[in-house]
Design a protein around this ligand. Sequence first.
Ligand SMILES: [Fe+2]
Length: 456
Amino acid sequence: MSDVKNESKSDGFKILIVDDNELFRKTLAGCLEKKKYLVSQAVDGSVAKEIILLDKFDLIISDIQMPHFSGLDLLQWVKERQKTPVVLMTGFSQALETKKAHDLGADDFLVKPFKDAELQEIVLKFVNAGLQPKEKVAEDLDPQFCKVSVENFISEKETEHTIYLRISKSKFIKLAHKGGKLSDDRIKTYKDKGILNVYVKKEDFAQIVAFNIQVAKVLDKSTSISNEKKMSFMKHASDLVLEHAFVTGVDNEAFQESKSFIETSMKVLTDDSEMFSLLNALSTQADFIYAHSLGVSTFSVMIAKQLGWTAPQTLFKIGLGGLLHDIGKKELEKVTLEKPRALLNQKERTSIESHTTRGKEILETVKSVPSEVIAIAYQHHENILGTGYPRGIGRNEIHPLAKVVQVANIFCEYTVKHTPGIEPISAADALAKMEAHKIDEMDKGAFKALTQLFKK
Ligand SMILES: [Fe+2]
């Protein structure tokens, strides 16, 4: 779009700037006047009201926080009387006000600190389109966001990513720019105001996970595993997940999200030589066990997210638990493992069932394995009735993460190619079987979350 066109359109376009900070207000006015807009200024909301009663504006740009009559008060007052679009200047510390402003009908937001180009762009939208529909805020953004608990930002002083606030089902607005400072005080204010989650773009999520894993000091050493070895391991993992663990009918977005989450976790984990050898042992033993483990990991993460568990550390632990839950099988005879369950004799059955205790022992020798992951390996064949193995513990004793992995494990035994010669069944059949035969043994919430993954 040429400048000439902009200028001719901006001719006569009247803007009211409302901000109690004089320097900021004047700078803003200067920027807009340069583009030939007709700019008026108000030092606060109540002065703005007086000016609006005397003159008609095409756009109002207002700060949120002002003495006497705030930006929110002004917004409400304007919207009750006229259709003039109102853009509010907001920031990370004003999350609650921003959400309220959206509900009150704010037409757009400018996130402080903003550049001249951002200001011009937003004003031009209103110049070009007259009254800009509010939906534009959402349409402009990629709808692929991931929820991140505010807790997870505590240790991150500087935001590595642009952070969004969700203001309605499909609307996300920018709350903090990449590189902005995020103090503990702001986080505290956030939590005090009841905002527990913010959003980041999907592509940033994996980095946040990796960051959090490092912060959690799950790994305390790095070794010289060749990149080539890691790459081939990762490719093998990806191929297996895509080939085997994808179950027709599952919410594809949730599946891809969990898959990339697990891949990121694995990339971080392969920096640890002991962890790498565990994962590698699993992947080289038998593809069907590895595919099953990747399936259990992916579905465990999906179920956890469906349950509303968002903390990357929790998702990481459950994903890792899913991957390593059957690690105790790595020492078992392949012939026994490949035998259909019904054909196992007592000795073989006992040997198979020892994989939970053996898994616990193996994982306990690896320093970087979190205790929850050990609990998952040890308890994933327990059930809430107390009739599982190895200990027959019940509802109150089974670790919550193990309850989720138990459900994912049963589901993947049905749906992911598991025992050679036995074909997997469809998700619908598997869910029906689980409901008919296993419902009392499973955590109801986890099972419900699993079924919801197939309803989207
Ligand atoms: Fe198992």
